[in-house]
Ligand binder design. Structure first.
Ligand code: NAD
Length: 355
């Protein structure tokens, strides 16, 4: 399979295929860029239909991690890994075989939670390698990243609301949440606690039922959520749900959610801009989890130090949306340029230091 010519290759430093005959592990680890520090990115378990599909996903997600850590001000590079498997077939042996491959990288790559890979899996991983983020066991561990990711998305919403309406107040605002899983549920709770109302969709009925019961949510079907009249549309399920087909249906002024790679193509960013919908770039607003996990890396986890950094996402979103409005260019382009500037400055410092 061609990697260097892949459309998503984007100058990756290393792309490693891992196989294990005993556990039937098939995984790809993609390390995009380590200019800012060791590369970090979660491990996703997903039954990709093809290896090409898995490669495209891991490359896109890995580059997104480089930009995410750069704009979050973290001393981390970007990476990601995918295990090609049905999550129902996940076993401790499979995870340990993957962990052995992570361990061989000697700290070039740190991993942790992602879709179908939870905190319990992170603990299994930690039995074979120390390069694990989002651990729950032991003193001063960062734990489940999802509530912190939700807090970051919530901060992003406030930044976007301030840009669009001149007030960051959620009271009286209606938010449509697509995917009411770990992040979506925590986000829904924050919105309702702030006086907002929510309408949710999920492919799992038990998830929407819980949101109705506990948070008084309205429910839309997974398809009808795009037609909901609301202030904010929050994609918190899978990527690429904001597309040429769905943008014309949106009835919100803001798109701000946790899912990675929400836009199906860069052109969709221009479509959102043309429709006057402010898009808070995904990798900027979903950085709360990695900001929280930093303590597992540095060994001095302190939640009080993390929360102001997560709050600061509001300001970053405001800055990006202002730049987008001023320049008449999609917010994703503005965010990418800001991240590239952070990386260029770091490279320049390294060059200067080595002269
Ligand atoms: P999750 O698996 O707990 O929740 C996702 C939810 O989306 C599930 O309830 C699932 O049933 C639902 N879903 C799937 N397809 C759907 C569809 N077509 N329509 C509606 N609902 C659908 O995952 P999560 O941890 O909450 O993460 C949500 C998103 O945020 C993912 O894209 C993830 O990559 C991203 N993200 C998560 C974190 C984190 O800390 N958990 C951090 C950064 C980014």
């Amino acid at each position: 399979m061609a990697v260097f010519d892949h459309i998503e290759f984007a100058g990756h430093e290393r792309v490693i295929h891992v196989a294990d005959g005993v556990t039937r592990l098939r995984a790809i680890i993609a390390i995009h860029d380590r200019t800012l520090g060791p590369a970090v990115g979660g491990c996703r378990i997903y039954p990709y239909a093809t290896e090409t599909g898995a490669l495209s996903d891991v490359l896109r997600l890995s580059k997104g991690m480089t930009y995410k850590t750069a704009l979050a001000g973290l001393p981390f590079g970007g990476a990601k890994s995918v295990i090609i498997a049905d999550p129902a077939d996940k076993t401790p042996e499979l995870i340990r075989a993957f962990g052995a491959a992570v361990n061989e990288l000697n700290g070039q790559y740190w991993t942790g939670e992602d879709i179908n890979f939870g905190t319990a899996d992170a603990e299994v991983l930690a039995s074979v390698t120390p390069y694990v983020l989002g651990r729950t066991k032991g003193a001063a561990r960062s734990g489940d990243p999802s509530p912190f990711t939700a807090a970051g998305v919530f901060a992003g919403m406030k930044g976007a609301l301030h840009h669009v309406f001149g007030s960051s107040d959620l009271a009286g605002r209606r938010v449509a949440i697509q995917g009411i899983g770990n992040v979506g549920y925590n986000l829904a709770r924050l919105v309702t606690e702030a006086g907002g109302t929510i309408v949710v969709s999920d492919v799992r009925a038990e998830s929407t039922e819980r949101a109705v019961r506990e948070l008084g949510a309205g429910v839309a079907t997974p398809d009808a959520i795009f037609d909901e009249l609301c202030d904010i549309f929050a994609p918190c399920a899978m990527g690429a749900t904001i597309s040429e087909e769905t943008v014309p249906r949106l009835k919100s002024r803001i798109v701000c959610g946790a899912a990675n790679n929400q836009l199906s193509s860069p052109q969709v960013g221009q479509m959102l801009l043309d429709r006057g919908i402010a898009y808070a770039p995904d990798y900027v607003v979903n950085a709360g989890g990695i900001l929280n996990a930093f303590g597992d890396f540095s060994g001095d986890y302190d939640v009080a130090a993390v929360l102001p950094k997560i709050e600061a996402i509001a300001g970053t979103v405001g800055q990006i949306l202002e730049g987008s409005a001023r320049q008449g260019r999609p917010s994703g382009e503005i965010a990418d340029e800001m991240a590239e500037r952070v990386l260029a400055e770091a490279r320049a410092r390294v060059m200067k230091g080595s002269c």
